[in-house]
Write a protein of this length. Structure first.
Length: 119
C-alpha cells in the first residue's frame, strides 16, 4: 500500500508564492515517477507537472511553465512543487500522485491540499 500526504497549501495573495510537499511511504520512492495535478471547483482534474524517478526529467503544463518548479528529494521520500507568481486561476485542490514510469497511469493519489489565491 502506498500513502501520499500533501502539505503546504493555504491562502496567498496574487503574485505570492507557496511550496507544496508530498511525503510518500509504502513503495520504493526513488523508483517511481511523481506528478502534481489540480482540480478547481466545477472543473476536471488537470495535469500540472511531473518528474522522473531520478529527478532528471521534468515537464509542465503550459499554464504553469516558468512559474512552478517540481523537484524531489529521494532521500526524504518527498516531492515538492514550488509555486511562484501565483494567479487567482491557480486556485484549486492540488494532488500528488505516483506512477511506475513516466507515461504510465498514475495509480496512487494523495488526499489533496487546498491552494487559494486572492486577487
Amino acid at each position: 500500500q502506498v500513502q501520499l500526504v500533501e502539505s503546504g497549501g493555504g491562502l496567498v495573495q496574487a503574485g505570492g508564492s507557496l511550496r507544496l510537499s508530498c511525503a510518500a511511504s509504502g513503495r520504493t520512492f526513488s523508483s517511481y515517477a511523481m506528478g502534481w495535478f489540480r482540480q478547481a471547483p466545477g472543473k476536471e482534474r488537470e495535469f500540472v507537472a511531473q518528474v522522473s524517478a531520478s529527478g532528471g526529467y521534468t515537464n509542465y503544463a503550459d499554464s504553469v511553465k516558468g512559474r512552478f518548479t517540481i523537484s524531489r528529494d529521494n532521500a526524504k521520500n518527498t516531492v515538492y512543487l514550488q509555486m511562484n507568481s501565483l494567479k487567482p486561476e491557480d486556485t484549486a485542490v492540488y494532488y500528488c500522485a505516483s506512477a511506475r514510469l513516466l507515461g504510465h497511469p498514475y495509480d496512487y493519489w494523495g488526499q489533496g491540499t487546498q491552494v487559494t489565491v486572492s486577487s
